[in-house]
Design a protein around this ligand. Structure first.
Ligand code: ADP
Ligand code: MG
Length: 680
């Protein structure tokens, strides 16, 4: 389609209101004629000709001037009765229809730039102004020829039409006034804020701000816009009725030809709904985070409580074990003290002493097992390789009193079916696995109030180590079976916590294992734990026994420091028996004095001592002789060794009580003899 008058325009299409009008143009008068007046003329472009048409409310042409006929190259016959929109370019039709609708709805007459279609298919550019007859039965259309617009795009719709139609609230402020006074407002703004146009005009641009508005943010966007840069921010304001209003405010500076910002267009997009959802989500998130933290704390407390509960259940057994262990110690020592001649019989005395030693060693083992059981998370529950069979043996020891002695005391029999096949090593926190197994065994015992058989098996299936714990007890109903792993589910009333199995489940999950349950009422229960084998299963993690390395050993000169006389005596007797020379001190200060005077090969010192700790003593010693080996003895030796803590100036830490075997191995490590005269 060619353009009949396509000289470049300097003004955009919707500014046709500024086009100077021909003073002699026919003006509509009340009671318009069906055919507008006008003289005939040539088709050539002339803004002087009277281009007038009359439309009915449906937009059909009921009459037109002959100038219009000529301008469009169409006959009156072809024009009258047809829809005016039909001779308008398709892309301008919706704007035309909108303008007509608004006019008929009683809104002020508007102007519209359109392209009309000439009979030869070329475009005739016109600016149309509409007016409605007083009876509202016809529309007078007064056209002015214009030059071709730069673009035929829909933005040729006048700005105020667009502003009236959009939902966003738009204010136009006078940027030359200090307070950015509002000089125009669209209906969208009234809708949004509750303030009518009349109430809005003349107020400062930010008059919706209230006490909760972020003033700094608002000032910053206003300043940015005044300086000529578009700015945008999400701002909290309030409506006329006081309700909160969240706005995405976009400020568009409008400059005059001299580049001065004279107007600011403020677009208010209501984001209150999204903001409400956002705030609610943020609150939810906050509440959830808090709940999670408190759950975490509760979980830790629960785990500890369940440990204590299980420990409590075993306490009577432990007391019993200890009494058992003390009996031979007490019995034999009393025997020897009461009948001194017995000591002449060395063979007998040696036998008694061996029994005493066994009892004491077992006692130390019980204590260390207990420590393993109740130690807390802070005490470095490090993962290590361990043999499931060992863990099983240990927990059977710990719980033995419950299924053996206590049961017998109550006149029932719980028989142990033990079948420990070797399994691969597994990687994990052995104390946790022990806790899980203990819970299962205690449950099994609880389930056999009349006695029965407790089965404990270990075996291997592919790359899995399996531990099975069975009982011939009451079994579980389907409901109990479904719910037994739930925290706080118990059928034992006050006697239960309902946490045992929940904890078992958590522990096995953490070890990437699984737990299976088979149980029928009256037919007992079977729990099977599957733990993944440690792939690199060659090392056992056990301390190498160095007792065989006896080459190049020699007697050592040892400085031994401990504030306990008895301990000093026992250890020094042993060392002497092995052929070493020992200087003993209960006072570390005196020990240090002696160290400065003598030459020693090895220092063995207690850690906690009044006056000077073992660590302090070690520091002073090393200052004087940096290469000397120093062994620190402590009741917490195992903890220090497990946590891998490196102590300065200390060659190694050994746990108390110190067995002869440990003493020997230590001496060998520092080149000392470990055989000597002492009896094994
Ligand atoms: P609690 O022992 O404190 O009740 P648990 O979590 O250890 O809590 O066990 C939950 C429930 O599962 C028990 O109350 C019991 O009903 C059931 N249960 C667990 N182990 C067995 C079992 N070996 N035989 C029968 N029922 C069992
Ligand atoms: Mg339990």
């Amino acid at each position: 389609m060619s353009s009949r008058n396509d000289k470049p325009r300097t003004q955009s299409a919707h500014t046709t209101a500024d086009t100077p009008r021909d003073s002699g143009r026919t003006r509509p008068t009340p009671g318009w004629p069906s055919t507008p007046p006008g003289a005939s003329g040539a088709k050539e472009t002339s803004s002087r000709r009277s281009l007038v048409a009359v439309l009915d409310p449906a937009g059909r042409l009921t009459g037109c001037t002959s100038e219009l006929e000529h301008t469009l190259g169409r006959s009156r016959h072809s024009l009258v009765g047809s829809g005016f929109a039909d001779i308008v370019r398709p892309e301008d039709r919706s704007a035309l229809q909108l303008a007509l609708r608004r006019l008929l709805a009683g809104q002020p007459p508007a102007e519209l730039a359109v392209g009309l279609v000439h009979a030869d298919a070329s475009t005739v550019w016109m600016s149309l102004s509409f007016s409605l007859s007083p009876e509202k039965t016809s529309v007078l259309l007064d056209a002015t020829l214009t030059e071709a617009p730069m673009t035929n795009a829909p933005e040729s719709v006048p700005a105020h039409l667009v502003l009236n139609e959009i939902d966003e609230g738009v204010l136009i402020a006078d940027a030359t006034s200090d307070d950015l006074l509002v000089i125009d407002a669209n209906p969208g703004f009234a809708q949004l804020s509750g303030f009518s146009r009349a109430e809005t005009l003349g107020r400062p641009l930010h008059f919706l701000a209230d006490g909760n508005t972020d003033r700094a943010l608002l000032d910053s966007v206003l300043t940015t816009a005044r300086s000529g840069t578009r700015a945008s921010a999400e701002i909290g304001l309030s409506r006329k009725d006081g309700s909160p209003l969240w706005i995405r405010l976009t400020l568009v500076p409008i400059e005059d030809q001299a580049g001065r910002v004279t107007r600011i267009l403020a677009i208010h997009l209501d984001v209150s709904e999204r903001r409400i959802v956002f705030d609610a989500l943020r609150e939810k998130h906050h509440a959830l985070t808090e709940a999670l933290e408190s759950l975490q704390k509760t979980k830790e407390a629960i785990v500890q409580r369940e440990r204590m509960h299980a420990l409590g259940k075993m306490a009577s057994g432990i007391v019993h074990d200890f009494n058992n262990l003390l009996s031979p110690i007490l019995g034999f020592t009393e025997l020897l003290l009461t009948f001194p001649p017995m000591m002449e019989d060395t063979a007998k005395v040696t036998t008694y002493l061996r029994k005493i030693r066994t009892a004491a060693t077992d006692g130390a083992a019980v204590v260390s097992r207990l420590r393993e059981f109740y130690r807390t998370r802070e005490e470095a529950e490090q993962a290590e390789e361990f043999a499931p069979t060992h863990a099983v043996e240990e927990i059977l020891e710990l719980t033995r009193h419950r299924w053996r002695n206590e049961a017998q005391g109550a006149g029932l029999e719980i028989a142990l079916d033990l079948d420990l096949q070797p399994t691969p090593l597994v990687m994990g926190v052995v104390a946790e696995v022990r806790q899980a197994l203990t819970n299962l065994v205690l449950n099994a015992i609880d389930a056999m109030p009349e006695g029965g058989r407790l089965g404990v098996r270990t075996y291997t299936v592919g790359a899995w180590a399996c531990i099975q714990i069975t009982d011939t007890g009451t079994g579980m109903t389907p409901e109990t079976r479904m719910r037994c792993f739930e925290p706080f589910f118990t059928t034992k009333g006050k006697a239960g916590t309902g946490l045992g199995l929940a904890i078992v489940f958590g522990i096995i999950e953490r070890h990437r294992g699984r737990i299976e349950l088979e149980s029928e009422p009256g037919h007992g229960t079977k729990f099977t734990i599957w733990l993944p084998a440690c792939l690199d299963g060659s090392s056992t993690g056990l301390v190498q026994n160095s007792g065989s390395r006896h080459a190049n050993v020699r007697p050592l000169r040892i400085l031994l420091v401990d504030d306990e006389d008895l301990f000093l005596e026992v250890v020094s007797e042993n060392l002497l028996g092995m052929g070493h020379s020992v200087d003993c001190f209960t006072d570390p200060t005196l020990a240090l004095e002696s160290f400065y005077k003598q030459r020693y090969d090895l220092v063995v010192t207690d850690r906690a001592m009044p006056g000077m700790t073992g660590d302090q003593l070690a520091a002073r010693v090393r200052e004087y002789q940096p290469s000397i080996p120093i062994v620190l003895l402590t009741g917490f030796g195992n903890i220090i060794r497990q946590s891998g803590e490196q102590l300065p100036n200390i060659s190694e830490v050994l746990p108390k009580p110190l067995s002869q075997q440990v003493l020997r191995e230590m001496l060998v490590r520092y080149g000392g003899s470990a055989s000597g005269a002492a009896c094994a």
